[in-house]
Design a protein around this ligand. Sequence first.
Ligand code: BES
Ligand code: MN
Ligand code: ZN
Length: 520
Amino acid sequence: MTNKVRILWGIIGLFAATLISAKASVNTPTQVLFTEQAASADYLLLGVSANGETGAVGLAINQNSAQGLSYLIEASGFTGKAMSTKLIPAPQNSGFKQILLVGLGEPSQNSEVEWQEIGGNAIQKAISEFKTVPTFAAELSPDHAAQLAFGAKLGSYYFDKYKTDSEQQKSVTSITFAVPSPAATKALFNKDWNSVANAIWHTRNISNEPANVIYPESFVTYWKQQLKGLKNVSIRVFDEDDMLDKNMGAIYGVGRGSARPPRMMIVEYMGANKKQAPVVLVGKGITFDTGGISLKNPPNMWNMKFDMSGAASVVGTLYALADRKAKVNVVAIAALAENMPGANAQRPGDVVTSMSGKTIQIRSTDAEGRLVLADGIYYGDITYNPSLLVDVATLTGSASRALGKDYAALFTRHNELAQKFIEVGIKTGDQVWQLPLNDNHFKAIKNDVADIMNSGPTAPGASAGAAFVGSFVREQTPWVHLDIAGVAWNDKATPIKASPGSTSFGIRLLNGYIKRYFEQ
Ligand code: BES
Ligand code: MN
Ligand code: ZN
């Protein structure tokens, strides 16, 4: 090699190294790769099914080690039960030093969600054991392997970009799976799963970001960046002047107290015939909820940065659909504002006029989510005549207390929709539970000064919130309200989400629902 070539390679190497080291601070999604063989290395992840099978990779290790692998698995007492893992020393001459056994259970019995959890759990164990992810060998069909890989990718998400000590960073660059049919598995993973995983990734990132980084305008910039280059996507943004022009007094009123102006972001994805009525998704996008003049108690206020999770999930869902080129028309509307007390903030007792013409008395400035949704959902309903209208919102502490971390609360005037959502929720892992919405809930928010008020002192909190939002949807429109206050954030780790923080609830559900009922 000449000196010049050497220098050139040096520069390329330096550039590559910078890209890799910059990885943690930008937190790009983990890459998923598929191969057939597991090359010799210090460590290996090895799938073991309940009948003790370890597939082609296990067979090769056994051949090199006089059946040493089978002996060690049996001696360790490992049964291959789903969700179990065990670290064993690798047999001599196997090419590995340590093997993390991953129980696959009875592969034909596992549900989609179980595969995801097995994958995510294994990756988290590997990262805490090895600080890196070795090749994961598993003798699985493309279908099962793709679902496992989806969960593994989600499980490898860590929000560690603000950790300056690299010892504390857990993010990894890639995960490699050794599977019997790598090409078919890769094709399936890329077609059905990777776009959804990336959407979840970007949604978790923006929901975890603090409110000094993500506010209405930067929410818009962030998603414009992510959506750049995707086909058939167009974006419109309303600022305060547009809101005043369109008589959107409800969202405008919430934004008034903040130095960060409100925005409404409208993203259209036209993946099907233009004549087909779109599915419209509307999200609550409060980038920080102090409660406004009706100030919240300080101790738990800090995580009200996630009060924009609904907006992030609806744009995230559209990202997934556009990225996997789904044949469907979808519109995502993010109703964005920061709820702050300030000299210009609205007060309890104020009356505002929404775009629908309905007047609203503000009883609590802390019931702000329904106000931004009022204008967002009305705009979506009358502009698009949707085939389905879904709003997603961290709306009430009441829904969170009722259903905890297991289910989002679902409300609808059209009960047949509830059953369909419940089923898709079970299949995809984003589970929902129906709570009531009846005439009493609508009566409870009637007001003696204005048409309605934003909090009903006598109605149950979550249902009153749903009735308020529903007051801005035409009765014939198929509409579902998802209150995700309890499920959008989890301080505890789960198999598919290691870091405390945003779960990105709603993307698996809405992607799954649209796939089943709307895609051509
Ligand atoms: N963002 C909150 C709801 C919330 C609470 C989400 C806890 C996640 C965890 C919402 O804006 C709110 O403050 N709701 C009030 C409504 C009340 C004033 C009618 C609530 O639920 O207490
Ligand atoms: Mn609030
Ligand atoms: Zn809120």
